[in-house]
Design a protein. Structure first.
Length: 276
């Protein structure tokens, strides 16, 4: 899928997003969250061989692979071709048949009511127009189906990290909502209002463990696209060290590790939306 009209500010922003997630090695970062959040999600929504499943913003395929192991017919969609190649390789190595499609979660390339389960873990929240994305998730979900999403909360580690980074960056365009809002129950309720959905919410945490806080920060500086891109920009402006100090102070505040180690429980919101 190509984002054709580069004079369109929405298309321009999505091109920037695609480049950001292709930077570094998000597939490696995703291994840090491949156990707890996908397991929590799939247990909550239930996936079986009877289901057609869409994993939206699949990344390197964490949810798609687990759903396919349940015998479901699975499609994984993502905006970033580099991540899809990793997902295809992982599926092949595991002997799983999964269709991976390059596409935009704000314009899902599927007919109405195509799927029994429409899922996403740390994916849809990064699409800029939350209402458009929510409308698309509801559109492709069948009656009696379930939309399930896991997203970082504003109050948790990643939400607060993005808030620190945002203080040093230009404000987003007016059409773009902050990603952690997908981790707020009231916001998600407003997004899905009018779609005939019964909403349930649970909060959970997943751990980030490293030998030290410095190693945790360096890991993200070297592998996580948003951190890499911010560092590049702020180093050119001479403000990276100040921003980095704020990040380290945040990690110190949240750290539960002993003897200088890093263990931070990062909070997420699980949304389960059942379509009547």
């Amino acid at each position: 899928m190509s984002i054709a009209n580069q004079s369109d500010p929405v298309a321009q922003l999505k091109s920037q997003h695609r480049a950001t997630w292709a930077t570094g090695s998000y597939a490696e970062v995703a291994t840090l969250v491949e156990e707890v959040p996908p397991t929590h999600l799939l247990a909550a929504v239930g996936v079986s061989s009877e289901h057609d499943v869409l994993d939206v913003a699949t990344g390197s395929g964490n949810v798609a692979l687990r759903a396919a192991r349940s015998g479901a017919r699975v499609i994984g969609l993502d905006l970033t071709p580099e991540l899809l190649e990793v997902a295809r390789s992982r599926a092949s190595d595991a002997g799983l048949e999964i269709a991976f499609v390059e596409g935009d979660c704000e314009a899902l390339p599927f007919p109405d009511a195509s799927f029994d389960r429409v899922l996403s873990v740390f994916g849809v929240q990064f699409a800029p127009r939350h209402e458009v994305t929510a409308d698309e998730l509801a559109r492709v979900c069948r009656r009696g189906g379930v939309i399930g999403a896991v997203n970082w909360t504003p109050q948790g580690l990643i939400g607060r990290m993005f808030r620190v980074l945002g203080r040093y960056l230009p404000p987003p365009p007016p059409f773009a909502s902050a990603p952690p809002l997908w981790g707020d129950e009231d916001h998600v309720g407003e997004l899905f209002a009018g779609h005939g959905l019964e909403l349930e919410f649970e909060r959970g945490t997943t751990p980030f463990t490293f030998p030290s806080l410095e190693e945790y920060q360096r890991y993200f500086e070297e592998r996580y696209g948003p951190t890499i891109k911010t560092k590049q920009r702020l180093e050119a402006e001479g403000t990276w060290e100040q921003c980095r100090a704020e990040l380290m102070a945040l990690y110190e505040e949240l750290n539960e590790g002993a003897d200088g180690s890093c263990r931070i429980e990062s909070e997420y919101l699980l949304t389960v939306a059942r379509k009547r």
